[in-house]
Ligand binder design. Structure first.
Ligand code: SAH
Length: 340
């Protein structure tokens, strides 16, 4: 059966026309799902019994079951959701002074193979549909009663390897009649799929693009991230420059600091050279050690020196606050689970 949450508003209008209904019904249904956050067609009380019956015959609501919920001492909550096909994924709710932020997964597993990430090394199963992406937000809002104001595509998976579904999910999240979260409050993080960065620049979506850079020369970056063999740094930076020019949006570069690997001042110098003059911001992440991982966290002193060097040389850099590491909910600690 089709998942009703896989459709953006325009597509849902078409679906309704196809079953002989008026397109404005789509707006009513959208309102019930994304604003009233109902879990059942029967709760859509301004929709006729006949149409509700038709909807039930043709579509599911794809409500996730919560398999596990863990709460960190800093208030971060990690969910393990049953995606209804025998697999499970994780999503993380974080509380900031400016509101609630959710980190969503875009795939069941990941193909990218980054050496420092826990989502790697487990088989890739499949990409999530747009409804399955959006459902993470609805399920967390339904469970906690909070209103989520920021969405980051930094959970399991490579969002740009699931391009169409991620872009469609963003349209549903962003639509004023959908979840109504401003595009500037939506971030897509990529390990650097260059052709998809050029494509995203053409979408006319004002979301924030984050690039997982992590190293400043090809040898080091390829040793951490195999994707760099296909799309080396110079090509990646060129795509970023194009993105900035087309969208006028500032790019955020993520740089996970690993002790004795990419955290000394020489690396900071190279980073300044690489990013000089670009409309960008650097997000420094103290690397989270994963089971059997080769990399360990830099000292606080090194992290601060690194940040200060960048700031003193014209590159705006901040250190990402670490949230949820006591429940394995921090960057790079999410995994997919197999229920079978
Ligand atoms: N595939 C996408 C999004 C998922 S990861 C991407 O690569 O960007 C979200 C961020 O966490 C990325 O910047 C990723 O490189 C980073 N990350 C992964 N493992 C990490 C770890 N062990 N410690 C710190 N950051 C990590």
């Amino acid at each position: 059966m089709k998942n009703i949450k896989d459709y953006n508003l325009e597509e849902l209008k078409q679906e309704l026309i196809n079953i002989g209904e008026k397109p404005f019904r789509a707006e009513q249904i959208f309102k019930w799902i994304y604003q009233e956050k109902v879990k059942d067609f029967d709760e859509m009380t301004n929709i006729s019994l006949d149409l509700r019956k038709k909807l039930k015959e043709n579509y599911t609501m794809c409500n996730y079951n919560i398999l596990r919920k863990q709460e960190s001492k800093d208030g971060t909550i990690k969910y393990l959701f049953d995606v209804l096909d025998g697999n499970a994924i994780e999503s993380v709710l974080m509380s900031y002074h400016h509101g609630y932020s959710i980190c969503v997964s875009s795939q069941i597993g990941c193909k990218m193979g980054c050496k420092f990430c826990a989502s790697t090394g487990i088989n890739f199963i499949r990409s999530l549909t747009s409804g399955e992406i959006v459902e993470q937000i609805l399920a967390v809002e339904q469970d906690t009663g909070v209103r989520i104001s920021n969405v980051v595509f930094m959970g399991i998976g490579e969002p740009l390897d699931n391009y169409e579904n991620v872009v469609n999910a963003i349209r549903i999240i962003n639509n004023p009649k959908g979840l109504n979260i401003g595009a500037r409050h939506i971030s897509v993080s990529t390990s650097g799929l260059v052709p998809k960065i050029y494509k995203l620049a053409e979408e006319n979506i004002q979301c924030t693009l984050s690039i997982s850079l992590h190293a400043t020369n090809n040898e080091k970056r390829s040793s951490m991230m195999p994707v760099n063999n296909s799309y080396p740094i110079q090509e990646l930076i060129q795509a970023c420059k194009d993105y900035i020019e087309k969208t006028n949006r500032r790019i955020s570069f993520e740089y996970a600091l690993a002790k004795d690997n990419n955290d000394n001042l020489e690396d900071a110098k190279e980073l300044v050279k690489l990013l000089k003059g670009m409309l960008c911001h650097v997000n420094l992440i103290p690397i989270n050690k994963i089971e059997n991982g080769a990399y360990s966290k830099s000292s606080n002193e090194n992290i601060m020196k690194f940040r200060d060097y960048l700031n003193d040389h014209g590159i705006v850099a901040t250190i990402r606050r670490e949230l949820g590491s006591d429940i394995d909910a921090a960057c790079g600690q999410l995994r997919r689970k197999n229920l079978k």
